[in-house]
Design a binder for this molecule. Structure first.
Ligand code: SF4
Length: 330
């Protein structure tokens, strides 16, 4: 049954650092320290991105970066030059900067301890961590952050803390169908206990040049349609299914149950998939059969339940309409 509308958010993508302790076989984003493109964005660089987003009418600052970069030799010296001894404290200050600029933060820092989630909660409208897969895949060999149990634990902690949460699976990274089903059922079970999952991303793997999986194939449309249809059957109705319109054409997937298109940025590229530009919102609208509706990085049901802190309440009130979606702006 098609949804009455499809949601998306207007965001800026902030790749805080591309240094990461993991070495996923499909990753084209990570850089070794010493590589000319390895970076940690300064507050001024982040501020410039945020200001550009505010001018373009964005409501979300998506902070995405490598996991626990402090475990990579040389990174702590970069952080300490900025006055920090860990990336989470730096992120908290950047989230505060984002709120001052008028954008609601949504951070994806990788697996976290409960105390780290507690630090981030007051300054984020929502947080995210892809489960990716509950299976054991070659692409994750040697990646300490890709142990499924550790990722599940982070998602469970977020539920205990009542943090609106985004998770998802990667399709085509070497997992089996059984892994996919198990991953979706795990997410369902966590949500049935804590009620905090707002969306599940069903993301198709795209091979990146220069990576171990450069010669692997993306899952085709047929496989993605099957995965989205099954996800819609497994997941509770209040959990949206998200597909990425810069990675796959969304029209048929929406007919199969996808109801969200994630963040679409008018000002920044998808730094994880830089070869895949965002389609224009009007272009997407021409492809899907139902109206597009803009939302905030916190879904309406969590706005209504007031699952947000006093720190971000004024900005949420300023940005959202009476139904909890994004208020029309000039
Ligand atoms: S995919 Fe994410 S976790 Fe894996 S190496 Fe790249 S940045 Fe790190």
């Amino acid at each position: 049954m098609p949804q009455p509308f499809v949601t998306f958010s207007r965001n800026v993508f902030i790749p805080l650092t591309n240094v990461c302790r993991n070495k996923c076989g499909y990753c084209g984003f990570r850089r070794e320290i010493g590589h000319p493109e390895a970076k940690l964005l300064s507050p001024d660089e982040v501020s410039a991105i945020l200001s550009g987003g505010a001018r373009a009418g964005c409501s979300e600052a998506l902070f995405t970066f490598g996991e626990r970069p402090e475990e990579v030799e040389g990174f702590s010296a970069w952080l300490s030059r900025l006055g920090y001894d860990n990336i989470i404290d730096y992120l908290v200050d950047l989230c505060k900067l984002s709120l001052r600029t008028g954008l609601l933060p949504h951070s994806n820092p990788g697996i976290l301890e409960k105390r780290e989630l507690e630090k981030l909660k007051p300054f984020n409208a929502s947080l995210g961590l892809m489960l990716e897969t509950a299976g054991t895949v070659k692409a994750h060999v040697g990646c300490s952050g890709k142990i499924p149990e550790a990722r599940i634990k982070t998602i469970e902690y977020a539920g205990e803390l009542k943090i609106p949460f985004t998770t998802g699976i990667l399709v085509g990274i070497g997992e089996t169908w059984d892994d996919r089903l198990r991953s979706l059922k795990i997410i369902r079970d966590i949500h049935e206990k804590s009620g905090h999952i707002q969306e599940v991303i069903i993301q198709n793997f795209i091979p990146k040049p220069g990576t171990k999986m450069a010669s692997f194939q993306s899952p085709g449309m047929k496989e993605m349609l099957k995965t989205v249809s099954i996800a819609r059957k497994i997941l509770p109705e209040d959990v949206a299914i998200q597909v990425s319109p810069n990675l796959i054409r969304p029209g048929e997937l929406v007919r199969c149950g996808a109801s969200d298109l994630g963040g679409i940025s008018p000002v920044t590229i998808d730094h994880i998939n830089p070869e895949s530009p965002w389609p224009d919102v009007l272009q997407i609208q021409a492809e899907v059969d139902v109206p597009l509706r803009e939302r905030l990085p916190i879904y309406p049901q969590f706005v209504k339940k007031r699952w947000y802190s006093d720190e971000i309440a004024p900005l949420i009130r300023r940005l959202c309409d009476t139904e909890g979606f994004r208020k029309a702006y000039k």
